[in-house]
Design a protein around this ligand. Sequence first.
Ligand SMILES: O=c1[nH]c(=O)c2[nH]c(=O)[nH]c2[nH]1
Length: 287
Amino acid sequence: MIVKLGANRYGKAETRLVHVRRDGPVHHVKDVNVSTSLSGDMEAAHLTGDNSAVLPTDTQKNTVYAFARRYGVGQIEEFALRLARHFVTTQPSIRHARVTIEEYGWNRAGPHSFVRHGGEVRTCVVHHDEDGRTTVLSGLRDLVVLNSTGSEFHGYITDEYTTLQPTTDRVLATAVTARWRHAATGSSSYAKSFEEARRCLIDAFAGTHSLSLQQTLYAMGERVLTTCPEICEVRLSMPNKHHFAVDLSPFGLDNDNEVFHAADRPYGLIEGGVLREDAPDAGFAWE
Ligand SMILES: O=c1[nH]c(=O)c2[nH]c(=O)[nH]c2[nH]1
């Protein structure tokens, strides 16, 4: 039987790049998901294992990061054009390049603080029992926030398994799940209370020079409690969405916290509650 190679392509899917442009104290972020897919003279690679026409997918990923450092990201169409042209014009074996980019939008919440567009959900849980006890929990999930500086992490335990390097400047990003307990039912406006609590969470995240996500978590809960008298307890669950500065030195490029790999897993998960000393008993509220 005679068979032959059909259509084929290959590339690196979903390179998660966050680029921070620093205009002095004011930062700008571009958060993108870049997929490259190349095709060309790939018969030998498939038929005999001869890789001499193959530009590795790892190289394609590195090119994405290096180009972000060299040229910035700009409009995603321009970044995609630059990459696609590069692969086709520099490698004779590559005859077609397809570059797909998704961009995630961020709203500014401070000079180096951002809140991601969309996806946020408002929540509530009400518990009422036959003795007439009622508790109201309000909250939100998937409030995604990022500080491009103002975050440190050092002074932690080191043992024989520790490889983490201490840092005095890192990106701090998390998707906040927050729930807060109302001290009494019948808040005059749950809408107003929600907006105020949400604003406190964002302002405290943006305004806290962080030595750990744990410290930031406490500051966020504390801000809600000191600003919103109707709320007596806050519980927070915050994944540490790690952003790793990419080592661009093999390409002769520095990277002063400008180009990051946004990893999705594993992630640190920081959880905790903050409550008023005189908070009434929570009963079944959290169960
Ligand atoms: O804010 C942090 N808290 C941690 O407990 C921790 N652990 C870690 O590896 N990185 C971080 N960051």
